[in-house]
Design a protein around this ligand. Structure first.
Ligand SMILES: *Cc1c(COP(=O)(O)O)cnc(C)c1O
Length: 372
């Protein structure tokens, strides 16, 4: 028996992993039509990204335009996109540098590509900021240590711990001055806000469409700029229609159709990022005004993912019969989901996609619980 899931229909879901991956009716219909195995391959002549029916060929063009890259291909997610770049760009003996707020999948991808990782340190708590100067210094240290620059730098555009927005353009300049290509991990940005890869000056961009583009996926996009694109998307000698780093074909079913259906909607929603950000800031201010609650990272925040330190809720839990589980229970009672059961010292939330009245309801719920 497969269990029903009504979280997105019946609750206000604050889970940052899920808030911008919520699908609309169009996406759900597209997925149902292409639910069979290899369903997009009816009219394939060997190249997934060149299929005209369904119109994957134009989807690729739209993705290039949307990200402002020279070439873009779908992957199974941001992690597969990062791995493909690391594997393609680097050789044995190379080192890569990554920001210390990077996602675990960055470290796992590097390990799979057999690459040692040097971390660019963040500033101290509570901000945990990743600065261009820190990239310059870390790249310099790698150069001194290895006698050559790192083969690749990776920057997490907005990280999943603090929701800090980094200065990708400035960091791209630092990397290029040192002769190091830059891969921008936009798992939390593209699909929510406008990201122009060429304007930022990055070489590669990795996207997560089940996280930030309202697609069911699993699906990501890998974009590349300039001559880097050609090498990354090279084909196999013996099978000239088959892309080597992508193992021939990537998303070949309902996952790519969910992206095709989501893209027109995503192109519109990124224009409303300012309103999303205003909502997030409004909510953070309400939370901090309760006392005993502090926003970590950028403050004011620059993203809908926010991490709060919440000694207030920890203290209430100490007096409560349910201990640390009281918070989850009280939120569940009010139809609010997405926080981890038992967690009260800190938590992460995302306000993405919520209406102002939903947000007011959530803020009011936290205020009432803080009064217990
Ligand atoms: C969620 C996340 C990922 C993983 O994305 P997938 O598309 O599931 O591979 C990678 N990096 C960051 C920063 C993330 O937040």
């Amino acid at each position: 028996m497969i269990q029903d899931r009504y979280r997105e229909e019946l609750t206000i879901n604050l889970n940052p992993l899920q808030s911008a991956g919520r699908t609309n009716a169009e996406v759900r219909k597209a997925v149902m039509r292409y639910v069979d195995g290899y369903s997009v391959c009816d009219a394939c002549n060997g190249v997934l990204h060149a299929i005209e029916k369904p119109d994957i060929c134009n989807l690729v063009k739209d993705l290039c335009e949307f990200l402002n890259v020279d070439d873009a291909k779908t992957t199974a997610g941001a992690r597969e996109a990062k791995f493909a770049v690391m594997h393609s760009e680097c050789k044995p003996g190379d080192t890569i540098v990554v920001d210390s707020n990077a996602h675990y999948t960055t470290f796992v991808a590097a390990a799979r590509a057999k690459l040692p990782v040097v971390e660019v340190p963040a500033t101290e708590a509570p901000e945990h900021l990743i600065k261009p100067e820190a990239y310059a210094q870390t790249i310099d240290e790698v150069k001194k240590e290895n006698g050559k620059p790192p083969a690749l730098a990776l920057l997490t555009h907005v990280d999943g711990e603090y929701g800090n927005l980094t200065d990708a353009a400035a960091i791209a300049t630092v990397c290029h001055d040192a002769g190091v290509p830059l891969l921008l991990n936009t798992a939390y940005t593209t699909g929510r806000m406008t990201v122009d890869a060429r304007e930022l000056g990055v070489d590669f961009v990795a996207c997560s469409c089940h996280k930030s583009w309202g697609a069911c996926g699993p699906i990501g996009v890998l974009g590349a700029v300039g001559e880097k694109a050609e090498h990354l998307f090279r084909v196999h000698e013996r099978f000239p229609k088959k892309n080597t780093e992508l193992l021939g074909c990537t998303a070949r079913g309902s996952n790519i159709m969910s992206l095709m259906a989501a893209l027109p909607y995503v192109r519109e929603r990124v224009k409303k990022w300012d309103a999303e950000l205003a909502n997030a800031r409004w909510f953070a201010e309400k939370m901090e005004s309760l006392g005993g609650i502090k926003l970590l990272g950028d403050n004011p925040t620059n993203h809908d993912l926010m991490r709060f330190e919440t000694p207030k809720f920890f203290e209430i839990g100490q007096k409560n019969r349910k201990r640390g589980y009281f918070l989850h229970k009280e939120l569940t009672k009010r139809g609010i989901s997405g926080l981890k059961p038992g967690q009260t010292k800190w938590f992460k939330v995302s306000t993405y996609g919520l209406s102002k009245s939903q947000l007011e309801y959530v803020a009011d719920a936290f205020a009432k619980i803080a009064d217990m």
